[in-house]
Design a protein around this ligand. Structure first.
Ligand SMILES: [Cu+2]
Length: 328
């Protein structure tokens, strides 16, 4: 028993400290409104539960069978009771509907002066574009704190779901239509997001993060993103970069062998060195070691990865690691 209590305490403590996906630990006004509505409905439900269960338990005890000969009074229906237990829940639901519908309409409205961010879901990564800033990135959404953001969501293949639990609820990402979701972060920090609609083999490896900065730091990030950082790749990998990589990836400022834009969309690698993670969070740290592991055999790291194993030599991998990590 002591062991069980100890284990439970340890588990609960771990939960309290590390809950990056906890909707009940809101970090922005949208998530706060959602959590407030949840708690309101939750406590109403608790009161109903206690009353109904209390009456049930009381009735079971009060009218229990006392002896073998004991037969309860035979009754059929009770009109007054039946009317009461039809009307009370109807009134309760109507009451709960008022703040629920109000919150839905409130959150659906795009706030004035919101920053626009376009998200495109792909199997299995997120394309991120800032149409007003000419910035393109992947799997990491940088935002300024205190600023409402309106995301427009589209999918290029199947249905995904965009979700940052600590900042907002979730919204489906559907091919052929544009959905929107609004959010804003109060404090700087990293808020984890994930795909919440089963979308194939690496659905669980389709993570992203919202990185909230103080407004001045965000402006500095934008400036860094607009800088030309792509130098020509070293000779041993030049052919692979401009011939193979760039048939799917973009490296702004570098011309691909064909001179054509990428055919298959893959994450823009222009500022790869600035990213915190690799392969939509499948590798949570962008280290030289992690990148080498990825390049050695992408589908082995991330099931179903559209990037095949190119049989790179260890020397080429080393050159790639150094080159890609220099793109900041
Ligand atoms: Cu998905």
């Amino acid at each position: 028993m002591a062991l069980f209590t100890g284990a439970l305490a340890a588990l609960l403590a771990a939960c309290a400290q590390n809950r990056p996906y906890d909707t009940l630990d809101p970090a922005g006004p949208v998530a706060q409104k959602q959590a407030d509505l949840f708690w309101l409905v939750f406590w109403i439900a608790v009161v109903v539960f206690v009353l109904v269960e209390g009456m049930l338990v009381y009735a079971l005890w009060r009218f229990r069978r006392r002896s073998a000969a004991d037969k309860p009074k035979q009754v059929h229906g009770n009109t007054r009771l039946e009317i009461a237990w039809t009307i009370i829940p109807a009134l309760l639901l109507a009451g709960v509907a008022v703040p629920t519908v109000g919150t839905i309409f409130d959150l659906a409205e795009s706030p004035q002066g919101a920053m626009r961010v376009e998200i495109t879901g792909h199997q299995w990564w997120w394309e991120v574009r800032y149409p007003d800033l000419s910035v393109v990135t992947a799997n990491e959404v940088h935002i300024p704190t205190g600023q409402p953001i309106t995301f427009s969501l589209e999918s290029k293949d199947v249905i995904h779901s965009f979700s940052v639990p600590r900042l907002a609820g979730k919204q489906d990402v559907v091919p052929g239509r544009t959905n929107t979701i609004n959010l804003s972060a109060t404090e700087p920090g990293v808020y984890l997001g994930l795909c919440q609609e089963f979308c194939g083999l690496s659905h669980a490896n389709m993570k992203f993060r919202v990185i909230a900065h103080e407004p001045a730091d965000f402006d500095a990030w934008v400036e860094a993103q607009l800088a030309d950082v792509v130098a020509p790749p070293p000779a041993e990998i030049e052919q692979i970069v401009t011939g193979t990589c760039m048939s799917c990836h973009v490296l702004a400022g570098l011309e691909s062998v064909t001179g054509e834009p990428p055919g298959t969309p893959a994450p823009d690698l222009t500022h790869f060195g600035d990213r915190q993670t690799i392969a939509a969070g499948r590798l949570p740290h962008n280290t030289a070691e992690a990148l080498a592991t990825w390049l050695r055999d992408p589908p082995a790291v991330k099931a179903g990865s559209k990037m095949p194993d190119y049989d790179l030599t260890e020397d080429q991998i080393e050159a790639f690691v150094e080159y890609l990590r220099s793109l900041k």
